[in-house]
Design a protein around this ligand. Structure first.
Ligand SMILES: *Cc1c(COP(=O)(O)O)cnc(C)c1O
Length: 382
């Protein structure tokens, strides 16, 4: 049978009506344990850290959207990333892109290094850096594309082929694009990781994470760690993410439409030095963006024409855009990476990555485009 389309799967995958009552929406199974008929005689459900039907529906739905068989959910994106590293042992090495999410950098550098797992951060948007930095002990290649916040792209297909050749597991943080615009497993990756806090849920009211894969052995290992380590998501949060997923395809189209309008508008604004958006022909990797993504998403950055003081004044004047960390919700957010999301990164590294004092990041929401344009304009014009 032909696989249903993305929108159909986002609404139905993993979600049969509940068998007892016929409830069309998957109920919030708010329970910690399940009754047994006789000792050891149970329905397959014993204890809620191990199994929860609301969680299972959400896992199966996201797996289906990524073209995967298995999904394993966690209490946050960082809990999902932690689990990826917990499959390693002391002495193993991880090769990671340098322009990585700030929290991922902090987890690798300041937590996981203590357990003698080794990390190398390098600019993997230049594929030759793979050969320069790979070691015989490399077990995981960690890819984020587009990167955060400067929206560099990594060639997922090319890097995955190189890693496969050396038996290195490829994990892609697909948070920025969502499965609607980018399908890393089809490009050769082994695992996709999401902070479902962002576009998957889409309404800025949940923190969550997930790993998806087609590798049954790896899925078993992640499932074992999910239960053994215990950073599982709450049933209500799973319900909310499931509800958000139903409009993922519609939201992503709307995010992208607004982001393109804004990117084009800001490109010729007198108080803007430059705009970074993969959907603009001016993006240095626009061709790769068109090759490996089916759209360009809702994240963009621009550099204000001015120093820190001017940039801060712009950030404090927006009214429709809320000044806040995070991204991927229906509402527009603006933030200052150097002071906010990437403050955990040493200043020297920030500067080398282009996270300058005049860099502003936008998570473009799905409000009316003209209101977003007017808002940024009035903030820039002071
Ligand atoms: C937010 C985010 C994370 C971390 O996820 P949490 O849900 O906040 O733990 C990881 N990667 C990217 C790209 C993110 O945006």
């Amino acid at each position: 049978m032909k696989q249903p389309g993305f929108g159909t799967r986002s609404i139905h995958a993993g979600q049969e009506p509940e068998p007892v009552t016929g409830s069309v929406m998957i109920p919030i199974f708010q329970t910690s344990t399940y009754a047994q008929k006789a000792p050891g005689e149970h329905t397959g459900y014993e204890y809620a850290r191990t199994h929860n039907p609301t969680r299972a529906a959400m896992e199966n739905c996201i797996a289906s959207l990524e073209g995967a068989k298995y999904g394993i959910a966690f209490s946050s994106g960082l809990a999902a990333i932690t689990t990826c590293i917990q499959t390693l042992k002391a002495g193993d090495h991880v090769l990671c892109t340098d322009d990585v999410y700030g929290g991922t950098f902090r987890l690798f550098e300041r937590v996981m290094k203590k357990f003698n797992v080794e990390f190398t951060f390098c600019d993997l948007s230049k594929p030759e850096n793979f050969e320069k930095n790979v070691k015989s002990s490399t077990k995981i290649l960690w890819i984020e594309s587009p990167t955060n916040p400067t929206l560099k792209l990594l060639d997922i297909e090319q890097l995955s082929a190189k890693a496969r050749h050396k038996n290195i597991r490829v994990i892609v943080d697909n948070t920025f694009m969502s499965p609607y615009f980018q399908q890393p497993l089809a490009l050769g990756a082994d695992v996709v990781m999401h902070s479902s806090t962002k576009y998957l849920n889409g309404h800025s009211d949940v923190v969550g994470g997930i790993l998806v894969t087609n590798d049954s052995g790896l899925a078993d290992e992640y499932r074992f760690l999910q239960n053994s380590v215990g950073s599982v998501p709450a049933p209500l949060d799973c319900f909310l993410i499931l509800r958000g997923l139903k409009t993922l395809h519609l939201r992503m189209q709307a995010h992208q439409k607004n982001a393109l309008i804004l990117a084009e508008y800001l490109s010729s604004h007198p108080h803007v030095e430059s705009v970074i958006y993969p959907g603009l022909a001016s993006h240095p990797q626009h061709a790769l963006a068109k090759k490996q993504m089916s759209g360009f998403g809702g994240m963009m950055c621009f550099r204000a024409k001015g120093g820190l003081e001017f940039t801060k004044s712009v950030l404090s004047k927006t009214r429709v855009f809320t000044l806040a960390e995070s991204l991927g919700g229906v509402e527009s957010l603006v933030e200052h990476p150097a002071i906010m999301t990437h403050a955990s990164m040493p200043q020297k590294i920030r500067e080398a990555l282009g996270i300058t004092d005049n860099l502003i990041r936008l998570s473009v929401g799905v409000e009316d485009a003209q209101d977003l344009v007017d808002d940024i304009n009035q903030a820039l014009m002071g």
